[in-house]
Design a protein around this ligand. Sequence first.
Ligand code: KIV
Length: 271
Amino acid sequence: MKPVTLTTLKEMKRRGEKITCLTAYDYSFASLLDRAGIDTILVGDSLGMVIQGHDSTLPVTVAEMAYHGKCVARGVKRAFLYVDMPFMSYQESPQRALASAGRLMRLGGAKMVKLEGGEPMAETVRFLVDRGIPVCAHLGLIPQSVHQLGGYRVQGREAADAKRIRHDAKVMQESGASLLILEAVPAELAKTITGDLAIPTIGIGAGKDCDGQVLVLQDMLGIYPQPSPKFSKNFMEGAANIDAAVKAFITAVKSGSFPGPEHSYYSDDHG
Ligand code: KIV
């Protein structure tokens, strides 16, 4: 069982094999996902909502991310593990970002860190990458900016927004990012960006043409007590147990049957 690395992910993009990703926040779920064959596991700051019960990701701290990262890392043997940099742990300066990322890698088991934002974060991404810290960028609906965005809404439907997100994606790659998450953007835009880049794109509400797909575990198990976003799917429906639901997600992503049009946004609709 060869561990998944960033080279593996790039190679998967090259040969057109879809990359699977789910979030995890603890040892038991991480171990289950890993044994089920998931390619990558994200310790997302979505834990602020699905684990801690906040109404946004903003209250999450580096110490909390490191704690959950450490728990998850103990359960992972094969999957590639990456961890979110929480709100205000990197925006202030590249040096601050380095300190936060260093903690997540030393104490939180991260093999890569993820941060939100485009061109304004380019200097920080370059600073981290030049110091041996792989970075995943996150564009589109960036939840740490929920108040600036006016809510959890689709991004990139207007031509100017779409142009900016496409530009940001290229800047993130040029700055050294190894992976790009695209959240809640029209499927056509995600397809264009995926074609523009050599690094893999992982979509969540970004249509079927990304190089891979990620969902929040609690959403895909149907156990989060708030309404799920349109782009999610409850894989527990019709599954005998959690292991079967996770395997159904992996099969659906690998075969291209998830996400369907009902889980995607398009430039000219308003769903
Ligand atoms: O925090 C998180 O879980 C995420 C995913 C939704 C991509 O950023």
